[in-house]
Structures are given as structure tokens and as C-alpha cells.
Design a protein around this ligand. Structure first.
Ligand code: SF4
Length: 376
């Protein structure tokens, strides 16, 4: 099985924290030209995938819901004609609340789109304005209702925490607001100030929550969403039972996927490759690979370790010993201390992070990788 990712790099305007590959203010003609180039590349690549079924399809961005409906029709038509989509293929479209209404969403649903991922980010208009988002909380609520009315039974929504001037109580209110609407899936990400963004330019003036407050916000996600029936299955992702994102799980479980469009990445047949962000070159039909790596078996194993530890289930200790030749404890004796200190836990043959551990997982993971790479 295989997943397809399609990057739609167009937005109404640029948010203050965003370093995703997206271009504000492009018109329909550019989007139509982009769609045609996407389709050309989808068809060209399909010959390598004749024997593979496709069980997840993900339109990410940018803002995919800025695309005219005819573009979705064209892309989905090409994919159905040239790839073997499974009957229960998960087809997700990311949606900005300012860009879709009931008719638009109904049309997407009729085309077979069965999952929406809507960016809310905060349940406070003040925070949305500060983030430079192009929608209000009321816009989100309207689009959420429209999505339900259009027949979407699988909706995800995103929140952010660690925002400038945000208190723990502000974030708690956002969590409760969103959980009360009962989407099937919620992602909650901590704000990172990325280089080159407007937030980066004025970071000295931003009053960000301190580490303790941010940790409290992180813990609130598990506690409050748990009370509403969501289970954490990845560092930042929560789902009702059976509603985990199949597409994202594929990334974390090391499955194969092909990415199309500017800045899209792929992992296919033991190779990783990524496209550059150059929209003009893409539209000219140029080959715009910016990264191409054939993973050695050792690299694949290390990636397996990193990705599995992002998941709440963690890494299977037997599987680790099979791949790496000896038990994880032998590589990394500090494990015993980290378990005793409550950062990691061992359950049913799996080693996983606790909430406390997830919050500092980057540090622990880099130590762990170092130990595995140079065991002596
Ligand atoms: S809508 Fe999303 S992709 Fe577009 S600028 Fe904002 S954060 Fe970036």
C-alpha cells in the first residue's frame, strides 16, 4: 500500500508564524496551471506504482480549499484513472475556515473526499489576530457545521499552544471549546518561532509563556481531551478510537508515500526525496529535487526508532533487538534511570514516552540515537 501527498501552496495571506511553503495572493490561472503540472507529474510517476494500492490521499498546504473545485475534480480524476485507489481510501483535504462554505464542501464530499482537517489554532479571536490568521472563531464554527451538513463524518481540527500573551487558562478554554464540538481528531502543536517569519523578526517583543506554563498546557491536552474521549496516539495528535489519521500514521510507521508539488517529500522504495520550493520552476515543468537519499539499512533502522518513539504505543523491544542486534538497555544504560524518573515507561514489551518524557523527547531521542550510532 502507498500514500499520496499533494501540496497546494496557495494561501489568502501569510500567517505570522508560518514557514510552510505557501504563496499568498495567487489567482485562479496560477492554480489551474499548477493543477495541470501536478497531473502531468502524477501520470508520469504512476507507472512505478502499478502494483501498489493507494489507501491514503492527502491534500495539504498552504490552503487546499483555495483551489477551484474544477481543480479537485481534475486531480482526483487523474488519480482514479492512473492509480489503484482502495474502496476505503482515506482522502483528506486541509481547510482554512475563511475559504470554504457548505456548497464547496458538499461538492468535495461528492467527489469522494471523506476527511477534513480544519485549522482553528485558537478559540480566541484576539489570538487569531495576533497569529495573522484570516478567520475568526465564528468562521470556524460555521465551516465545522457546514462540513457536518455536507456529510463529513471524519473531521480533524488543529490547535496551537505557547502563543504570545497566552495564559494556561486561555489554552484550556480553547481545548474545551474544540472538544465540545466533538471533531473525530485533534492536533495540538506548540508554537515554534521559525527563522524568516514575521514572529522571528519581532521575537524580542513577544511575551511567550515560560517553560513551566508551556508544560502545563501540554499536560492539559492529554487530561482534557482524555476527559472528552480522545486518546493520544502521537506526541501532538489525539483521536477518538479508530479515527487516527491513517495518512500520518504511515509517516510515523515508516510506510511508503509519494509527494507531489512544490516542497513535497517522498519516501519510496528505500529512497527519500524532496522537491524544492521553487514554484516558477515547478510550473515550467523542471525537475526540482532538492534532496535525494538512499537510506542504508542502518539509517532505516534509526529512523524506525525515532518514528516509533513519537507514537504513544512506543517501540517494540523485541523488534528493536532484532533490528539492532542487542537489547535497547545494552545500548543505553541510562534507560533504567529515565524509566525510574518517569520519562519513559515499559508496557507489554513496548518502550514509550510518558507525558513528562514527550515534552523533552527531543533531548532524550538525540542521546538515544547517539548511543545507537556509536555503541562504545
Ligand atoms: S494558512 Fe497555513 S499554510 Fe497558509 S500561511 Fe497560514 S499557517 Fe501558513
Amino acid at each position: 500500500m502507498l500514500g499520496l501527498y499533494l501540496h497546494v501552496p496557495f494561501c489568502l495571506k501569510k500567517c505570522a508564524y508560518c514557514d510552510f511553503c505557501s504563496f499568498p495572493g495567487e489567482g485562479d490561472s496560477t492554480m489551474i496551471a499548477y493543477t495541470e503540472e501536478l497531473c502531468r507529474r502524477l501520470i508520469a510517476r504512476s507507472f512505478d506504482c502499478e502494483r501498489r494500492g493507494v489507501d491514503t490521499l492527502y491534500f495539504g498546504g498552504g490552503t487546499p480549499t483555495l483551489l477551484p473545485l474544477s481543480c479537485f475534480e481534475r486531480i482526483l480524476g487523474v488519480i482514479r484513472a492512473h492509480y489503484r485507489l482502495t474502496d476505503d481510501c482515506e482522502i483528506t483535504v486541509e481547510c482554512n475556515p475563511a475559504t470554504a462554505d457548505r456548497d464547496y464542501l458538499t461538492a468535495l464530499r461528492h467527489m469522494g473526499v471523506n476527511r477534513l482537517s480544519i485549522g482553528l489554532q485558537s478559540a480566541h479571536d484576539r489570538e487569531l489576530r495576533l497569529l495573522g490568521r484570516s478567520h475568526t472563531v465564528a468562521d470556524f464554527e460555521a465551516v465545522f457545521g457546514d462540513a457536518r451538513a455536507a456529510g463529513f463524518e471524519n473531521i480533524s481540527a488543529d490547535l496551537m499552544y505557547g502563543l504570545p500573551d497566552q495564559t494556561v487558562e486561555d489554552f484550556r478554554e480553547s481545548l474545551v471549546y474544540l472538544a465540545s464540538l466533538a471533531p473525530e481528531h485533534i492536533s495540538a502543536y506548540g508554537l515554534k518561532i521559525e527563522e524568516g517569519t514575521p514572529f522571528h523578526h519581532c521575537q524580542d517583543k513577544l511575551v511567550l509563556p515560560n517553560d513551566d506554563e508551556e508544560y502545563e498546557m501540554y499536560l492539559l491536552c492529554t487530561r482534557i481531551l482524555g476527559e472528552y474521549g480522545y486518546e493520544k496516539y502521537e506526541i501532538s495528535n489525539f483521536a477518538r478510537p479508530g479515527r487516527e489519521s491513517r495518512h500520518n500514521l504511515r509517516y510515523w510507521q515508516g510506510g511508503d508515500y509519494l509527494g507531489f508539488g512544490v516542497a513535497a517529500h517522498s519516501c519510496f522504495g528505500g529512497e527519500r526525496f524532496g522537491n524544492s520550493r521553487d514554484l516558477a520552476a515547478f510550473l515550467r515543468g523542471e525537475n526540482i529535487l532538492c534532496e535525494q537519499t538512499v537510506l542504508s539499512p542502518g539509517e532505516r533502522d534509526r529512523e524506525f526508532l525515532m518514528l516509533n518513539l513519537r507514537l504513544s504505543r512506543g517501540i517494540g523491544l523485541e523488534e528493536f533487538a532484532r533490528r539492532f542486534g542487542k537489547p535497547l538497555h545494552d545500548y543505553y544504560p541510562a534507560l533504567t534511570e529515565l524509566i525510574a524518573a518517569g520519562y519513559l515507561q515499559e508496557k507489554g514489551g513496548y518502550l514509550s514516552f510518558t507525558d513528562q518524557g514527550f515534552f523533552v523527547s527531543n533531548t532524550i531521542l538525540s542521546e538515544l540515537l547517539e548511543a545507537v550510532e556509536s555503541p562504545d
